[in-house]
Design a protein around this ligand. Structure first.
Ligand code: ADP
Ligand code: MG
Length: 687
């Protein structure tokens, strides 16, 4: 195969549209191009006798033009009749054509044609086949022709040349020592050559379902890079020093435990011990506490904070929204202030004198506990001695905020311990790969006395019946959430929607307090509405998704989610978790406006069938794939492109084992491998 020179970028000149398109696809380096693998292949290695072509076949044939004419019925078109050397005929039909086509397809020309055959009115025909003029005996392609994933601005032919060039110029020598590669897998160069230009006898099925050893080699390489970067992050962290806390009998955390109105569940005690044992070591904790909505993660965090504080260190607790941060603040004040713990409150909306006073209390160490939004990790916030950072609903924070947090934590000589919390459990294979640098504790039990939530799915046309149900619920002294979607592009519209629904409920419930809450309200107003609802004076709260995470009002027993089809699965689960927090049986009504898409249907079905957050996460992963599942974490970062975490668990294991040995025995090769695969993006993967 002949390679054309790389599509070089002339300096000081505008880049061409295809060059820009290449960059947009992230195809910058030769190695990136070499790793851009075909979606499928076209077989131009064979000629098929026309007599053997069947309706629906994609085939390449060769022969001579017998007849060529422009017809005008039913519309203008070029119709060409050709025959192969055996004399069998095929009709070619072109609805768009230029004089140059007519010339190339004149009677008597020998042509090679490739396309999909259809049984037409006049026998077999191909509509708009690819064709070119040939001489008898023109050699056939030696390998299958790759078809690459591309974009509208990037012609396949241009991309083919660019990839071929990348493949020719990239350094494809094996970096991974042979002894670490699972047996039976070909080398990297050999694998890539095969995948880009497979010989005609290679099994197309094995190429297409990615089970061919060459595919497995690439998946292994990719997984290894990812494992190496995680392992490196872990080792870097383990080389850091963190304050070692003593956990004493009779200390603050025991006092707090004694003052709680409930006893811990067995699961809470177990994860509490896992965390306490991390805190007694001098390497920084890096732990994810996962537990379903309502499983009681906050109190576990408070107990960890108590350990840090009683050792003379500060604890920061960060939540993704102001409402949630404020709720944590109130709860922690209630729990910890009786024991003389100074608690500071920091959010973006807190400005001026009050803010300066808070910053002062944080800097002096007078505040043992600092609660807030991501404002807590901004540059001007200086901690006297930060010993523990707790991030609630960690998956809601963006990549930039995670990176900022890492930098903040690295500011001190002794690095703080880090506890992340999430109600969206990480499926096991993801935990083994993208989250390998994380220890995980799981609360797998809800506090006693909760009644399961019943979920019902209704078309929006049943609104009147739903209003009736609300009247009932409110009549029994219970409270109701009504959630309206908020989609950024149409924020204005959605606000109208929430306002209209609010009006409707006000009218339907005379004598009851019906509140409205949305993200554009001033913080003070939001807080006022939340406190009326939290205190029980407000019967119904109409809200956009600002209540999504963490809000805790145990007397709320009914939740209506309008336009439920617009929400993601884990978001619906989070929302639903706002009810079912007290002893009364709770109901969640999902109202949808049809027609539903297939994924919309799958989501609502999953919601109606289970309330188990782990099962929901599994189905979410199934419906959306890992890319979307990870959401903010991965924006700007590559996901696994080749490996499929549901199918390639064996390779994940192999890569995990190999990563440990490679880092120990071949550290330079390990670095080279990560650079080759992840380029400058490794940093994001650790965020
Ligand atoms: P999440 O895990 O969703 O953050 P929370 O920490 O908000 O859950 O806890 C939900 C509710 O359960 C809170 O009102 C909390 O005080 C209460 N709770 C937590 N642990 C227990 C327990 N062991 N027994 C009874 N109630 C508990
Ligand atoms: Mg919570």
């Amino acid at each position: 195969m002949a390679f054309s020179p790389p599509p070089s970028v002339p300096e000081h000149k505008e880049k061409s549209a295809p060059q820009k398109a290449l960059e947009k696809l992230g195809l910058l380096r030769d190695i990136d191009l070499a790793l851009h693998l075909p979606l499928r292949y076209e077989d131009e290695t064979r000629l098929v006798p026309i007599a053997a072509v069947r309706d629906g076949d994609t085939a390449q044939v060769e022969g001579t033009v017998r007849d060529s004419r422009v017809q005008f019925r039913p519309r203008r078109q070029l119709v060409v009749r050709m025959a192969d050397d055996a004399g069998d005929e095929l009709v070619l039909r072109f609805l768009h054509f230029y004089p140059s086509h007519q010339k190339a397809l004149e009677v008597g020309r020998r042509i090679r044609v490739r396309g999909e055959a259809r049984g037409g009115f006049f026998g077999l025909e191909m509509v708009h086949p690819a064709f070119r003029g040939v001489e008898a005996g023109t050699p056939l392609a030696a390998a299958l022709t790759p078809v690459y994933p591309t974009s509208a601005a990037l012609p396949q032919a241009y991309l083919r040349k660019a990839v071929a060039s990348g493949l020719a110029h990239a350094d494809l020598s094996d970096v991974v020592p042979a002894g670490l590669v699972p047996p039976g897998l070909p080398g990297l160069r050999e694998s890539l050559r095969l995948l880009h230009h497979p010989a005609p006898d290679v099994s197309l099925a094995a190429l297409e379902d990615h089970s061919h050893p060459a595919w497995r080699r690439l998946k292994f390489e990719e997984l290894l890079a990812q494992q190496l970067s995680q392992l490196e992050a872990r080792r870097e962290r383990e080389a850091q020093r963190a304050p070692r806390f003593a956990v004493q009998g009779g200390g603050l955390q025991e006092q707090l435990l004694g003052a709680l109105p409930f006893g811990l569940t067995a699961a809470q005690r177990r994860v509490g011990e896992e965390i306490a044992s991390d805190l007694q070591r001098d390497t920084p904790m890096h732990r994810l506490l996962q537990g379903d909505v309502g499983s009681g993660k906050t109190v576990v965090a408070a107990l960890a904070a108590a350990i840090a504080i009683s050792n003379g260190w500060q604890c920061a607790l960060m939540a993704p929204t102001e409402i949630l941060a404020e709720q944590h603040f109130r709860k922690l004040v209630h729990w910890l202030e009786p024991f003389d713990v100074g608690i500071a409150w920091l959010t973006g909306s807190r400005k001026g004198k009050g803010r300066r006073a808070m910053l002062e209390r944080v800097a002096s160490g007078e505040a043992g506990l600092v609660v807030g939004t991501h404002a807590v990790i901004q540059d001007e916030v200086q901690f006297a001695k930060l010993g523990l950072a707790v991030i609630d609903e960690q998956h809601r924070f963006g990549v930039q905020q995670r990176l900022a947090l890492r930098h903040k934590l690295a500011e001190q000589a002794l690095e703080p311990h880090l506890l992340m919390m999430s109600a969206t459990p990480i499926p096991r294979t993801l935990a083994m790969t993208l989250f390998a640098d994380l220890d995980i504790s799981t609360i797998d039990e809800l506090p006693p006395g909760r009644t399961p939530i019943v979920t019902k799915v209704f078309a929006d046309t049943k609104r009147a019946a739903v209003l009736e149900r609300i009247r009932d619920e409110v009549g029994q002294g219970r409270q109701v959430y009504w959630v309206c979607p908020l989609i950024e592009e149409s924020e204005h519209l959605d606000l109208q929607n929430a306002t209209a629904t609010h009006q409707q409920l006000v009218e339907a419930l005379p004598g009851r307090m019906v509140g409205l809450l949305h993200g554009r309200m001033p913080a003070a107003e939001k807080a006022a509405v939340m406190s009326l609802f939290g205190g029980g004076q407000m019967a119904v709260l109409v809200s956009t998704t600002v209540i999504e995470v963490g809000v805790d009002v145990p007397n709320a027993s009914l939740m209506v989610i309008e336009h439920a089809e617009r929400f993601g699965l884990s978001q619906l689960h989070q929302l639903r978790g706002r009810v079912g927090r007290g002893g009364v049986a709770s109901v969640c009504v999902l109202l949808y406006t049809g027609p539903l898409s297939d994924t919309g249907k799958a989501r609502l079905k999953a919601m109606a069938e289970t309330t188990d957050g782990f099962e929901i996460a599994r189905r979410d992963l199934e419906i959306r794939g890992p890319g979307e599942f990870l959401g903010a974490r991965q924006s700007g970062a590559p996901l696994l492109r080749f490996a499929d975490l549901t199918l390639d668990e064996d390779l994940v294991r192999a890569a995990r084992q190999a990563a440990g040995r490679m880092l120990d025995e071949h550290p330079a090769a390990a670095r080279e491998h990560v650079a080759r695969w992840l380029g400058g993006r490794a940093e994001y993967l650790k965020a």
